[in-house]
Ligand binder design. Structure first.
Ligand code: ADP
Ligand code: MG
Length: 168
């Protein structure tokens, strides 16, 4: 007989970014660590993105994962921050260079607005480097709180600078 105490599984989309050191290895290491708590269902290609915000820094590699987790939104945030810390990310300037940045884009269809956590991620719909990899794995998904799908949001942006990163 099945237990009624099984934890619910939640669908999450997580954005990975790196622009320091061996960027591909950083993404790989983050995926391995993430998989302790998040079963990875889909992963996008890796894209290279010119630096944004502060321009005088190396280009970013960006990727988006679809996962399944039993963690609550805040526990997931704690876990991502823990992984960033273990991977040696130091507190640095906002939008500045980093070994690894892990952001929660979406958590089921939830909308969350607390000082520590905003879901959907506050700036995701303005960022082609998030929407291009997200559209690759979930173009038809509606963004909660907006009337549009990922693809519809993406069409409103200039994504010409986002190029598929060829590892070879
Ligand atoms: P960035 O905005 O460049 O990703 P950080 O990674 O340093 O900056 O994150 C700053 C803070 O943003 C985190 O400490 C976290 O509390 C907060 N935050 C709010 N919403 C989210 C989210 N959806 N995913 C990740 N962090 C979030
Ligand atoms: Mg972040």
């Amino acid at each position: 007989m099945g237990s009624i105490l099984q934890a619910a599984h939640h669908t999450v989309f997580i954005a990975l970014g790196s622009n320091l050191g061996n960027r591909l290895e950083n993404l790989q290491s983050a995926r391995t660590r993430l998989s302790e708590q998040v079963r990875i269902i889909k992963d996008s290609q890796t894209y290279e993105t010119p630096p944004w915000g502060i321009h005088d820094q190396p280009a970013f590699l960006n990727q988006v994962l679809q996962g399944s987790t039993t963690l609550s939104p805040l526990k997931l945030l704690d876990f991502l921050k823990q992984v960033e810390k273990e991977m040696g990310r130091e507190k640095s300037i906002r939008f500045g260079p980093r070994l690894i940045d892990l952001d929660i884009l979406l958590y089921d269809v939830r909308q969350i607005n607390t000082p520590r956590l905003t879901i959907p991620h506050k700036r995701m719909c303005e960022r082609a480097f998030v929407l291009v990899p997200l559209a690759e794995i979930a173009y038809n998904l509606s963004i909660p709180g907006t009337e549009r799908t990922v693809e519809e949001h993406l069409r409103l942006l200039d994504s010409s600078g986002i190029i598929q990163f060829d590892a070879l």
